[in-house]
Each structure stands twice: as structure tokens, then as C-alpha cells.
Design a protein around this ligand. Structure first.
Ligand SMILES: C[S@@+](CC[C@H](N)C(=O)[O-])C[C@H]1O[C@@H](n2cnc3c(N)ncnc32)[C@H](O)[C@@H]1O
Length: 299
């Protein structure tokens, strides 16, 4: 029998959300070198698959939930080296993230003055709604590249958003979506939670790469999956009094105050599971988390 509870979404408080995201990153094993590897892997994949040979005009890019731009600005930089004219639309509701993005972007425009950025300090839903009031030309397929990394689960009605992104892509255009997979430790903890707790929260922000892949497959586009995994230090989760541990739990379940709202019996089961899944390094417990890039090319 499921427990009935009502929790708050972690995204209701944007400051807390940013702290929790930062906290997760700080618990990832060897994050600095991993960031470089991931960034390079993602950039290499997009570089290899993006076909701009037929592009005679300006290259148009849409970056949804671009964060601080640590990945997206790399690819813009690469495209800028090959193409004289590039226009990028950046959709990012968090002002701090946008500020960091703009700092990176200004270094690109200093090197390549023909590169332009258009900033939308809003959610994707707000961006889309605003588009509908603009001239028809803007709604026609206009982008050579659309990126949406670890953001789709925050967008209301993600299947509709994916359909729209597909519609906004030009022929030969590339859509790059990154999502957590269901089979990492955190994905399985979420599954455990969902089976036992009937949480009235909507939206729930638990979207796996399989759901994205299956939805895009129905569109019939050419798809590729590029997985990766990494280790997260979860030691603090086992210490009830640890703020770092509580924040990490909140991020895993995408809820606020998980420790005090989730029934004890469910919490104990999730903790036991994570303990069993953990590997020890230097007397700290690490779980394996997985994510993948889903690359769609529009024919
Ligand atoms: C986990 S971060 C990912 C950032 C970056 N894309 C990356 O891969 O590192 C998710 C980003 O999505 C943004 N975001 C949250 N809700 C959004 C929405 N409804 N539409 C667009 N972006 C959103 C957040 O502000 C945050 O910067």
C-alpha cells in the first residue's frame, strides 16, 4: 500500500535548487577532470554529428536551460571557428547561471565579432509562449542545432516540448538531449520511492533517457545514444544531521526536505539500498550514477 504524501518541488526555491545542484557537483568524484572529459565528449559528439555543409546562411543555435554555458559555449566556439556567422538563442531562467553564461559568451564575441547571442531570461514554456505571438517566420524550422542538457524534466509537458523542438529544427539539424538513465543508483532509488509513495507533487521531474528515446523514436528520426557514468560520494547521506547529505537526498528525489517528509520505513529502505550499492574509496561511500546523450538528426 502506497504512502500518501505531498512534498515540494526542489525547483520552487531557485536559490536552494542552485545550492543543491552545486552540492551534487561537489560530491562527484574528481569533478574537475570529469567535467573536462564530459565536456569534451559532448562537444566531440555534437561536432561529429552536426552537418553544416549545406548551410549557406548564418548558423542558428537554440540552447534550452543552458546553465552557465560550460558545455554550450564550447560548441559555439567550435562552430564559430568554421562559420563566419552564428546566431545563438539562450533560454535560461536563473539569473546567476545566465550571468556566468554571458561572461563566457563575451569571450567568444571578443574573438569572433560576427557571433551574436540573444538572451531569454525565462523558462522554455515562457519562451515558447512568446514565440507564438511573433511573426510566422520565427515559428518555421529555424535551427541547425538545439541543445537541452539535464533540463527537459523541468519543462511542463516534455513530450510536447520535444515535438516542438523537432519542429523548430531545420532539415539535417541536430537535437542533443542529455538525461539521467533509469539504471543508475539514483534512478533506482527514485523508482523505489515512486513504488512506495504516492506523492501528489506535479510535476515530478523524474524523467529518464529511455522515456525521451522512446518518444523520439515514434517521430521516426535517426537517433543515437551515447552513455556515460560517474561516481558520487554519498557518505553524508547516511548521517542524518548532515546538511550536505540532506541536500543530496533532496536533489536525488528532486524534492525539498526529503528527510523530514518521506516515511521512515521508505527512507530506511532507500538508504539500505544505497549502502549496498556503494563502493568504498578512502573510507567514503560512492554510488554509480549514469546519464546519456540522445542525439537526433532530422532527415
Ligand atoms: C541541471 S541544470 C543543466 C545546465 C546545463 N544545461 C548543463 O548541462 O550543465 C538545469 C538548468 O535548467 C534551467 N531550467 C530550469 N527550469 C527550466 C525551464 N522550465 N526551462 C528552461 N530552463 C530551465 C535551470 O535554471 C538550470 O540552469
Amino acid at each position: 500500500m502506497a504512502f500518501e504524501i505531498k512534498t515540494k518541488s526542489i525547483t520552487e526555491d531557485t536559490i536552494y535548487y542552485s545550492q543543491a545542484l552545486h552540492n551534487l557537483h561537489s560530491q562527484v568524484l574528481d569533478m574537475n577532470s570529469l567535467r573536462k572529459t564530459w565536456q569534451q565528449q559532448w562537444v566531440d559528439i555534437v561536432r561529429e554529428k552536426l552537418n553544416l555543409t549545406h548551410c549557406t546562411d548564418s548558423v542558428h543555435i537554440l540552447m534550452i536551460g543552458a546553465g552557465n554555458g560550460y558545455k554550450d559555449c564550447q560548441i559555439v566556439d567550435y562552430i564559430a571557428q568554421k562559420n563566419p556567422s552564428v546566431h545563438c538563442e539562450v533560454v535560461e531562467p536563473d539569473s546567476n547561471q545566465m550571468k556566468s553564461f554571458r561572461e563566457k559568451a563575451s569571450k567568444i564575441t571578443a574573438l569572433y565579432p560576427a557571433i551574436s547571442f540573444e538572451y531569454h531570461a525565462k523558462t522554455y514554456q515562457e519562451y515558447r509562449n512568446a514565440l507564438q505571438f511573433e511573426v510566422d517566420a520565427r515559428r518555421a524550422p529555424s535551427f541547425h542545432l538545439i541543445t537541452c542538457s539535464h533540463t527537459l524534466h523541468y519543462i511542463d509537458n516534455w513530450p510536447r516540448a520535444l515535438d516542438e523542438m523537432f519542429g523548430l529544427l531545420k532539415c539535417n539539424g541536430l537535437l542533443a538531449i542529455t538525461q539521467a538513465t533509469a539504471n543508475g543508483t539514483f534512478g533506482r532509488v527514485v523508482d523505489m520511492y515512486r513504488k512506495q509513495v504516492n506523492d501528489k507533487l506535479d510535476p515530478d521531474h523524474h524523467l529518464t533517457s529511455d522515456a525521451v528515446f522512446n518518444h523520439l523514436k515514434e517521430i521516426g528520426a535517426h537517433l543515437e545514444r551515447c552513455p556515460r557514468s560517474f561516481k558520487v560520494d554519498v557518505t553524508d547521506i547516511f548521517d542524518e544531521s548532515s546538511e550536505i547529505g540532506n541536500m543530496l537526498l533532496d536533489f536525488i528525489l528532486q524534492r525539498k526536505d526529503v528527510r523530514s517528509t518521506v516515511p521512515r520505513v521508505v527512507m530506511d529502505e532507500m538508504l539500505r539500498f544505497m549502502k549496498n550499492e556503494s563502493e568504498m574509496y578512502n573510507r567514503r561511500s560512492f554510488c554509480t550514477e549514469k546519464e546519456e546523450d540522445i542525439i537526433l538528426i532530422k532527415s
